[in-house]
Design a protein around this ligand. Structure first.
Ligand SMILES: [Mg+2]
Length: 268
């Protein structure tokens, strides 16, 4: 976090500050009985102005290696990014990774990928969105296996225009949808969600019978919060904004401090 102030000042964006009463400071869990699901951007790593500017540090790697031991292997990263992209950042992490909002899953060393509802139509969407970004370079594209993201963090005034464009593009289609995210919007196939990914992961031997904890920061995490709430789990929202999560903490740093405390407590 040391460099983040100048960084965020530079891009004219401040990460949300914690001022919530439902803090996680009083929340104590037993890693031996819980399964830990974490979103990636804005949860484990700080949000950056460009998707490729995030930093997963050696300290993060050490924490998640310890978490794997402490939670008996029941640790998953559930990201909207492509699976290969997340795997590239987290390197030696050998827990479960779900990518593309639940479309891709790395579990027990095997990779499973969903089938696309209409690959040709996705290619059409990607081509149209790419053209939009050429005409108006104030948006930054992030292409995914199963969708495409329009980022406008550096030009927030683009939100309305990007949304209108995406709505026109999807008019009359019921197999794709717009998923709002932080200063971005994503076009993705319907019927895939982080919640569906968690449901599947919970059946894996390391996870089965444990109580799920889900930690996330964004609109894309709400389906996962709702899922763990319905299944007797614990939901933790990072940062401000409306949420169905039960707990809240201010930043990836405060989440990792809490996690580190839960792990060391059990190791004493
Ligand atoms: Mg996130």
């Amino acid at each position: 976090m040391e460099n983040s102030t100048s960084f965020y000042q530079f891009v004219g964006f401040q990460p949300p500050q914690s001022h919530d009463t439902d803090g996680i400071e009083e929340l104590d869990i037993d890693p031996g009985e819980h399964a830990l699901f974490s979103d990636f951007d804005g949860t484990i790593v700080d949000i950056a102005p460009r998707p490729d500017a995030i930093r997963y540090t050696g300290e993060d790697a050490g924490l998640f290696a310890k978490a794997m031991k402490s939670f008996g292997g029941a640790v998953a990263i559930v990201s909207g990014r492509n699976l290969d992209d997340v795997a590239g950042y987290v390197g030696a992490f050998d827990g479960v990774i779900s990518g593309g909002h639940g479309t891709e899953l790395r579990i027990g060393g095997e990779i499973e990928r969903h089938e696309l509802p209409d690959p040709q139509h996705l290619e059409h969407i990607k081509a149209a969105v790419a053209e939009f970004a050429v005409i108006d370079p104030r948006v930054i594209l992030e292409e995914k296996t199963y969708g495409i993201v329009l980022h406008f963090r550096q030009n927030p005034e683009m939100e309305f225009k990007a949304r209108k464009f995406a709505e026109c593009l999807l008019e009359g289609r019921d197999d794709f949808e717009i998923q709002p995210a932080k200063m971005a919007l994503e076009i993705k196939p319907k019927n895939i969600s982080k919640a569906a990914a968690i449901e599947k992961i919970m059946l894996a031997p390391a996870f089965y019978g444990r109580t799920p904890i889900y930690v996330g920061d964004d609109a894309t995490d709400e389906s996962a919060f709702a899922y763990v709430n319905e299944h007797g789990g614990i939901s933790i929202k990072i940062g401000d904004g409306p949420t169905v999560a039960q707990y809240r903490t201010g930043s990836p740093a405060s989440y990792k401090t809490w996690l580190s405390r839960q792990i060391s407590k059990r190791r004493d």
